[in-house]
Design a protein around this ligand. Structure first.
Ligand SMILES: Cc1cc2nc3c(=O)[nH]c(=O)nc-3n(C[C@H](O)[C@H](O)[C@H](O)COP(=O)(O)OP(=O)(O)OC[C@H]3O[C@@H](n4cnc5c(N)ncnc54)[C@H](O)[C@@H]3O)c2cc1C
Ligand SMILES: C=Cc1c2[nH]c(c1C)Cc1[nH]c(c(CCC(=O)O)c1C)Cc1[nH]c(c(C)c1CCC(=O)O)Cc1[nH]c(c(C)c1C=C)C2
Length: 481
């Protein structure tokens, strides 16, 4: 009997890669759509030298998860396009607030003066943290907005934290758990009564990153060492990030892993011998299932046999994002170069942010912008199901208003990405623990990886796949044998 992976997005393909390395074959990946990659989708216009990404375009080479992705990228021999810390795209991030574009401070000096949209010097926010005691009871959770407001004041919560949350999960900071991004800061407050105090104390401690232990075969991956040495802030791939899932699929195919496209799994049930999956009207017995599916897609598959598990999976909410890629023939349209700009939700605009793709990577004389809209506020702005033309017009209107670009784009693409980003709302960590405890208690031969559980970035989902595979015991008959 074999192991089955559900989903051919980056986490499912990564799970396939690590399963192959650990247990060998037989192994099959079932992907519902006719392509691999999930939300990673690149449209490379070779003749004009530009690239549209409808999902991610850059990966951060940071921490254990960043090192892990670089190891994979190196093993697949993919051509990397690094963006170093000194690059304008790494240094300049902007906000559109109070009717103007505001360049966010990118050095400690920026803490001293008053920079718009803030009305006070930023060091005052740090003083606020130093002089305010901790309040939340141990092990509780709260929203990242409430935490930031308590520790640093309302202005920081509105104009720094809320847009940052939009720029990562298109969500509302008032609903997102503090543990999503700031778990260590939150724990510092719990332990030391403040974030800055906690940071100062922990500088004097010898911190060992336990999560790193045993992950890599030998030392840190060599490409990661290079990234650290050369101070990469982020990187992309030549011809777009879709090269990563494509290369994984090629690698798996070359090693006799069956990657079945247009093969949606309709049902998943469990018995004493393992599991049964229904794909294309056929019921297949498998020893173990690794699901990389979004939680809302896995829920209906297990509902008949495990309604309570399905209900818990459905408690992880998702948001829709509209992505509009725009290409202009001139490369002199942007007055300020940088990674892009975010629009704080207090501005109450349909636009979440604009990425300046042509500032990040060479686009052969074109200006390439990606406008992201909707997110947690999708229904408010786009609940009436506007046409592609209407969505493009809204994006262009805001590009004109915010960036003063009056030219018409030469070429554009509009994508509405339904339920593309899970929301780690308050209590998310506990929900995921409960889901995994349920699976353990019922001894289901099921592992969960992917963006729904352990982090939404590419690094997180690849590491989540690796960790889930690592947890499978080798001393028992391994899955697939
Ligand atoms: C607009 C946007 C921008 C982003 N930007 C960044 C960024 O800059 N940096 C970064 O690190 N991350 C970014 N991300 C996040 C990152 O792209 C995702 O977290 C990651 O791609 C999720 O991968 P996944 O494999 O977990 O899920 P998915 O990509 O959702 O893959 C799941 C797969 O399962 C398949 N499937 C669904 N149901 C079934 C079924 N019943 N049977 C079989 N197959 C099924 C789907 O077709 C899909 O291919 C961004 C995401 C979005 C949406
Ligand atoms: C406006 C919507 C979105 C933009 N990017 C994303 C959305 C939903 C998705 C996304 N962006 C990042 C990640 C996480 C990567 C990780 O390694 O964990 C995801 C899922 C990276 C990112 N992009 C921005 C920030 C602040 C971050 C966090 C990490 C970092 O500091 O690099 C900024 C940003 N994102 C978007 C825009 C327009 C923008 C502008 C400055 C779009």
């Amino acid at each position: 009997m074999k192991t089955a992976v559900l989903g051919g997005g980056i986490s499912g393909l990564s799970a396939g890669y690590y399963l192959l390395r650990k247990f060998g074959k037989p192994l099959t990946i079932y992907e519902a759509s006719p392509r691999v990659g999930g939300w990673i989708r690149s449209e490379w216009h070779k003749e004009r030298g530009f690239l549209f990404e409808s999902g991610p375009r850059t990966i951060r080479p940071k921490g254990i998860a960043g090192a892990n992705t670089l190891e994979l990228v190196d093993q697949l021999n993919l051509p990397i396009k690094p963006i170093r810390a000194s690059h304008v795209a790494a240094r300049n991030r902007m906000l559109y607030a109070k009717g103007q574009i505001c360049l966010l401070p990118n050095s400690p000096r920026g803490l001293i003066g008053t920079v718009p949209p803030f009305t006070k010097p930023l060091y005052r926010a740090l003083l606020h943290d130093l002089t305010t005691g901790g309040t939340v009871a141990k092990n509780e959770d709260e929203s990242i907005y409430s935490f930031a407001q308590r520790r640093f004041g309302k202005e920081i919560a509105d104009y720094a934290i809320s847009p940052m949350i939009c720029g990562i999960c298109a969500g509302d900071a008032r609903e997102i758990s503090v543990r999503f991004l700031m778990e260590s800061l939150f724990e510092k407050e719990q332990k030391y009564g403040g974030v800055i105090k906690g940071m100062l104390y922990s500088r004097f401690k010898n911190n060992v990153d336990e999560s790193k232990v045993g992950l890599f075969d030998q030392d840190e991956p060599k490409l990661f060492k290079q990234a650290v040495q050369e101070k990469w802030a982020m990187y992309g791939l030549a011809d777009g990030l879709e090269q990563l899932p494509r290369a994984l699929r090629k690698y798996l195919g070359e090693h006799d892993v069956n990657v079945q496209l247009s093969s949606k799994c309709h049902n998943l049930s469990f018995n004493n011998d393992g599991a049964r999956i229904s794909v294309r009207d056929v019921d297949l017995p498998v020893a173990h299932v690794v699901s990389s599916l979004p939680a809302h897609q896995l829920a209906p598959l297990v509902r008949t046999q495990h309604p309570s598990l399905a209900a818990q999976l459905l408690d992880i909410p998702y948001v829709d994002v509209v992505v509009v890629n725009l290409q202009y023939n001139s490369d002199r349209l942007l007055k300020q170069n940088g990674f892009g700009l975010l629009v704080p939700p207090v501005e109450k605009l349909p636009v979440l942010g604009v990425i300046f793709d042509s500032c990040c990577f060479d686009m052969a004389g074109n200006t390439i912008l990606t406008v992201m809209m909707g997110g947690r506020w999708f229904d408010k702005w786009f609940g009436h199901q506007p046409s592609q033309k209407e969505l493009r017009d809204i994006a262009q209107l805001h590009v004109r208003k915010i960036l003063h670009i009056k030219e018409e784009p030469n070429f554009s693409r509009v994508h509405t990405l339904h339920k593309c980003i899970p929301q780690y709302t308050v209590g998310h960590k506990r929900r995921v623990e409960n889901i995994r405890s349920y699976i353990k208690n019922y001894k289901l031969p099921l592992s969960l990886c992917g963006a729904a559980y352990d982090g939404v970035g590419i690094n997180d989902v690849i590491l989540s796949a690796r960790r889930q595979v690592n947890k499978l015991p080798v001393h028992q008959p391994p899955p697939g044998h």
